[in-house]
Design a protein around this ligand. Structure first.
Ligand code: NAG
Ligand code: NAG
Ligand code: NAG
Ligand code: NAG
Ligand code: NAG
Length: 297
């Protein structure tokens, strides 16, 4: 049974193994995520974040605004909600200083209730209604670095930015000056809320990475050491991470030797290339051979 598992694991590894630009970090398995893989991860992340966060409730806003010919007006927006977001284009780049994810020209649809009051001579004038708002030209930019923190990957977020180019408001009821006054309030609220949401999601992604197990049990006899070794290396449109990758008998270390495997499967464009050193196979064989001999005795 154990042997079948080893064979399965070997077949899995070998079918994706390849030589890499080797940044020897002390790991025995290298994982290279190519431009295609990064693109896939980016699209997956964006889609995931949108489905998880929508509908997104924004905080109510209240503001006193000076309107020509009218005077001071107290304006309020409530039940503000982003219902839909459409991302037209996005890209991911690797630079020396980190990974940059940018979203360009996204649109979002919001719904909200509005109200205002002001005093005209001895009367208080007020009105309220609802509105649908289309936010256009929303640009986002996130810069982050991946570092090794005690064998886990950690995201160090360095910059994130949300800017909104313009918005289209369709208000049911209300005068035209109402639309102008609300426009600025909505833009700044969307920018602030989206930026906060990005920070929250980066934190979630970070705790997910930190929660990845450092060992993975394969069966009762063996586990694999999944500790990350060294810092991820950012290449030209690629990211390489190294993991220890050695088989451990019931959680203990195995002393093995060997050289890096050099099977090459050229020509095919891959999202992820995994390079496995011979030590990994040797450690697996050692662990399982020991188990089998103990069973025989
Ligand atoms: C936003 O609303 C407009 C007009 O109702 C519609 O054409 C557009 O498809 C909507 N966008 C999204 C992302 O739902
Ligand atoms: C580092 O990781 C090891 C093993 O997972 C753990 O025992 C140790 O407490 C960690 N050290 C720090 C400083 O987090
Ligand atoms: C990195 O990518 C850029 C643009 O894709 C390309 O012009 C450049 O030659 C690449 N550099 C290396 C070292 O591959
Ligand atoms: C797992 O790999 C890390 C990094 O190579 C190493 O420091 C650690 O001692 C290994 N753990 C075990 C139990 O062998
Ligand atoms: C093999 O099994 C014996 C007995 O359990 C143990 O002492 C030894 O460390 C094992 N060797 C390896 C390489 O797993």
């Amino acid at each position: 049974m154990g042997l079948m598992k080893v064979m399965t694991i070997l077949v899995l590894f070998v079918s994706v193994s390849s030589t890499l630009a080797q940044s020897n970090n002390g790991g025995h398995i290298s994982i290279l995520v190519s431009e295609m893989g990064l693109d896939f991860a980016k699209d997956y992340l964006i889609k995931k974040v949108i489905t998880v966060t929508l509908p997104l409730q924004l905080p109510d806003i209240e503001n006193k605004v000076k309107i020509p010919l009218i005077g001071k007006v107290r304006m309020g927006l409530s039940n503000i909600q982003i219902d839909a977001v459409h991302v037209q284009s996005s890209k991911i780049e690797t630079r020396k200083d980190g990974i940059v994810l940018s979203v360009l020209g996204a649109t979002a649809n919001l719904s909200m209730d509005w109200s205002y009051t002001y005093r005209a001579s001895f009367f208080e004038i007020s009105d309220h209604g609802d509105a649908s708002v289309e936010v256009k030209g929303m640009d986002l930019k996130i810069t982050a670095t991946l570092v090794n923190d005690n064998g886990s990957l950690k995201i160090v977020s360095r910059e994130n930015d949300c800017t909104v180019e313009n918005i289209d408001i369709h208000i049911n009821g209300g005068a035209s000056w109402v639309v102008d006054a609300f426009q600025k309030m909505i833009i700044s609220t969307v920018e602030k809320t989206v930026s906060t949401k990005i920070v929250e999601n980066m934190k979630k992604l970070d705790s997910f990475l930190q929660s990845l197990p450092k060992q993975r049990k394969i069966d009762d006899a063996a586990a694999v050491n999944l500790t990350f070794t060294g810092n991820p290396v950012l290449g030209n449109s690629s990211v390489e991470v190294d993991i220890n990758g050695l088989f451990l008998p019931k959680g203990d270390d195995v002393k093995v030797s060997g050289s890096r495997s050099s099977s090459v499967f050229g020509g095919v464009k891959r999202m992820v290339t995994i390079s496995v050193e011979e030590e990994v196979f040797n450690s697996a064989t050692l662990v399982y051979f020991n188990v089998s001999s103990q069973i025989l005795i």
